[in-house]
Design a protein around this ligand. Structure first.
Ligand code: ADP
Ligand code: ADP
Length: 239
């Protein structure tokens, strides 16, 4: 059962000689309740794919099907309002640079705006569970500038998980973190899959991060060139 399925996705920026084609007829399927790492060289289209799958950017062609609590829906052809609702209810997104709102406390950042589309419905018990699990209980009233990078990223992870979206996208979530903080974030994403039943799709360059995932999708030049259950040493070295 696929949580996200993309069929023949194309995306072009610019035109003529200046055209860049980050997605070139890309077809891929991400299984539900699994942790998938997306790897590939810089410029191979990983970020563009995450943004398009999460409804943050629109493809020029192709189709995206997302499994939601209310059944599968096609993201292509939704109005902006419908897309906002799908992002809010069914998708979480973790950015490499955290993207927290500086004027808000950790708690406000977690519960007020969901990461993508307005106010989420947050269950108080689950909120407590997530915050506790992330070690943020005594940091809830701090603003981002009063938190370490690792704590800020944990706030961003909490924000992405707390509304219980079925799919969580993470674009190099450990890219700015030291090894210990990175390991904590990966542990949380693993928890999202193993305990909360969510699907995690994570872009990474980091072999240690990819090793936490159940399977790997390797991109090159806007296409999927390999998928496998566990990354090989060569794959990790090449990415
Ligand atoms: P990756 O995440 O694998 O490094 P990206 O998806 O960020 O790859 O980028 C793929 C290609 O698309 C790159 O050549 C990049 O420069 C280009 N690109 C990405 N976003 C834009 C944009 N908004 N405008 C123009 N080119 C872009
Ligand atoms: P829908 O589009 O599904 O009707 P809304 O985005 O209007 O949903 O609201 C979703 C939930 O968030 C509702 O429970 C609503 O009461 C609450 N909500 C939305 N915006 C605000 C706000 N600015 N202040 C307080 N609660 C809000």
């Amino acid at each position: 059962q696929a949580a996200v399925r993309a069929e023949a996705l194309t995306k072009t920026y610019g035109a003529g000689n200046a055209a860049v084609r980050p997605l070139q007829n890309l077809t891929v399927s991400f299984p539900a309740g699994r942790f998938t790492a997306v790897m590939g060289p810089s410029g191979s289209g990983k970020s563009t794919l995450m943004h398009v799958l999460a409804g943050l950017d629109t493809p020029d062609g192709g189709d995206i099907t997302l499994a939601t609590d209310r059944g599968p829906i096609s993201l292509t052809g939704l109005t902006e309002k419908q897309l906002t609702r799908v992002r809010r209810d069914s998708i979480g997104f973790i950015f490499q640079a955290y993207n927290l709102i500086p004027a808000m406390t950790a708690e406000e950042n977690i519960v007020l705006p969901s990461s993508l589309g307005g106010r989420a419905q947050v269950d108080k018990t689950f909120f407590r569970h997530v915050v506790d699990r992330l070690g943020l209980t005594d940091r809830l009233h701090h603003r981002p500038f009063e938190l370490s990078g690792g704590q800020q990223q944990r706030v961003a992870v909490a924000r992405a998980l707390v509304a219980r979206p079925s799919v969580v996208f993470a674009d190099e979530p450990t890219g700015n973190l030291d090894q210990a903080s990175g390991a904590e974030v990966l542990d949380l994403l693993r928890t999202a899959v193993d305990e909360f039943g969510q699907t995690v799709i994570m872009v990474t360059h980091d072999a240690a991060a990819a090793a936490v995932a159940d399977s790997t999708v390797l991109l090159a030049d806007g296409r999927v060139v390999q998928t496998r259950e566990e990354p090989s040493a060569e794959e990790l070295a090449a990415a």
